[in-house]
Design a protein around this ligand. Structure first.
Ligand code: CP
Ligand code: NVA
Length: 317
C-alpha cells in the first residue's frame, strides 16, 4: 500500500474545493492512490478503510457520474453515502448554509456538494468541521480533473510536457482543467468565442502557477489544437444556462471538435469529455465514438479518483 508520509498526513481533514491550494505533490499522491485503489478493485481485493464512515451528498443540480461514483465509492470503501437533494433538505427552504454545515458536521464524516455558487461551497466548508468536497460549481469541477489526470497518465504514461487543448466554453471544466494542467507541468491552450473565454482572474492564477509550461488563450480553435496530445471539450450551455442553449449553438458552431479540426492535433491525440455530451454540437459523433476517444475510461476513473480523495481526506491511506 502507498506509504504514509508528510504529503498524506497533510491531506487528512482537508477540504477539496478547488485545485488552487493543492500542491503538485499532493495531486500526484492522490493519483498514485487512485491507481492503487483501481488495481485493488480490478483484482477483487476488499479495501475498506472508511468502515463506519458516512458521507453526505448535497445536490442542487442534476448528476449521473458524480452521484453514482461517490455513492458507490464510499460504499466500496466500507462506508455509507446519504443522498441529500436540496429540494428535500431544509437548505432548499432557506436554512442557512452555516447552520446546515454545523448540524451535518455532528452526524457525518464528510460532505460532497454540487451547487451553483463557489462561495456557497466555501461558506459550507468554513462552517463545517469535516472535509467538504466540491462536486461541481459554476466556477470549478476539481473532482473531474483528478479523474482526467489519472486517465491521461494511464494512456500517455506521463503528464508533464504534454499539451492539452480545451475547445469550447470557458466554464467550470475549463477553469479546473487549466489549473490542473498548470500544476502538473502541462501546456494548456483553449479556444472560445470572445466573451466566452475562461475567467481572467483564473487565467492569471494559472499563468502564475505554470512555470515550465504555457497557458494559451485564443479565439482560434486551430491554433489551440495545434500539436496537442489531449483534446478536451464540454457542453456549450452548462447546467443553469439552458435558456442560452440556442444562442450558444450559433456562437460556438465554429468550435465543434470534428475530424477537420483534429487534423491539426498530434496524430496520436486522445479525445476527452467530462460527459454528459451533446453529440453533433460540441463534438462530432465520429470523434467521441472514435478510436482516439477515452471518455468511458475517463468516466470510470471518477470512481477510483474520488475513492482516493475520500480515503486521503476522511481517513488517511
Ligand atoms: N462529469 C460529471 O460530473 O457528470 P455528472 O453531471 O453526471 O455528475
Ligand atoms: N460544464 C458542465 C459540466 C457537467 C459535468 C455543467 O456545468 O453543466
Amino acid at each position: 500500500m502507498i506509504k504514509q508520509n508528510n504529503v498524506s498526513s497533510n491531506l487528512i481533514g482537508r477540504d477539496f474545493l478547488t485545485l488552487t491550494n493543492y500542491q503538485p505533490e499532493e495531486i500526484m499522491y492522490l493519483l498514485e492512490l487512485a491507481k492503487e485503489i483501481k488495481q485493488k478493485q480490478k483484482k477483487g481485493e476488499v479495501y475498506q478503510p472508511l468502515k463506519g464512515k458516512v458521507l453526505g451528498l448535497i445536490f442542487e443540480k442534476s448528476s449521473t457520474r458524480t452521484r453514482v461514483s461517490f455513492e458507490t465509492g464510499i460504499y466500496q470503501l466500507g462506508g455509507t453515502g446519504l443522498f441529500l437533494s436540496s429540494s428535500d433538505i431544509q437548505l432548499g427552504r432557506g436554512e442557512t448554509i452555516a447552520d446546515t454545515a454545523k448540524v451535518l458536521s455532528s452526524y457525518l464524516d464528510g460532505i460532497m456538494i454540487r451547487t451553483f455558487a463557489q462561495s456557497d461551497v466555501e461558506e459550507l466548508a468554513k462552517n463545517a468541521s469535516i472535509p467538504v468536497m466540491n462536486g461541481l460549481t459554476d466556477l470549478y469541477h476539481p473532482c473531474q480533473v483528478l479523474a482526467d489526470l489519472q486517465t491521461i497518465q494511464e494512456v500517455k504514461g506521463t503528464l508533464a510536457g504534454l499539451k492539452i487543448a480545451y475547445i469550447g466554453d470557458g466554464n467550470n471544466m475549463a477553469h479546473s482543467l487549466m489549473l490542473g494542467a498548470a500544476k502538473m507541468g502541462m501546456d494548456f491552450s483553449t479556444a472560445a468565442p470572445e466573451g466566452y473565454l475562461p475567467d481572467d482572474s483564473i487565467v492569471k492564477e494559472a499563468k502564475a502557477i505554470a512555470n515550465q509550461s504555457s497557458i494559451t488563450i485564443t479565439t482560434d480553435p486551430k491554433e489551440a489544437v495545434k500539436d496537442a496530445d489531449v483534446i478536451y471539450t464540454d457542453v456549450w450551455a452548462s447546467m443553469g444556462q439552458e435558456s442560452e442553449q440556442a444562442a450558444r449553438e450559433k456562437l460556438f458552431a465554429a468550435y465543434q471538435v470534428n475530424e477537420e479540426l483534429l487534423t491539426h492535433a498530434k496524430s496520436d491525440y486522445i479525445f476527452m469529455h467530462c460527459l454528459p455530451a451533446h453529440r453533433e454540437e460540441e463534438v462530432a459523433t465520429a470523434i467521441i465514438d472514435g478510436s482516439h476517444s477515452v471518455v468511458f475510461q475517463e468516466a470510470e476513473n471518477r470512481l477510483h479518483a474520488q475513492k482516493a480523495l475520500m480515503v486521503a481526506l476522511m481517513a488517511g491511506a
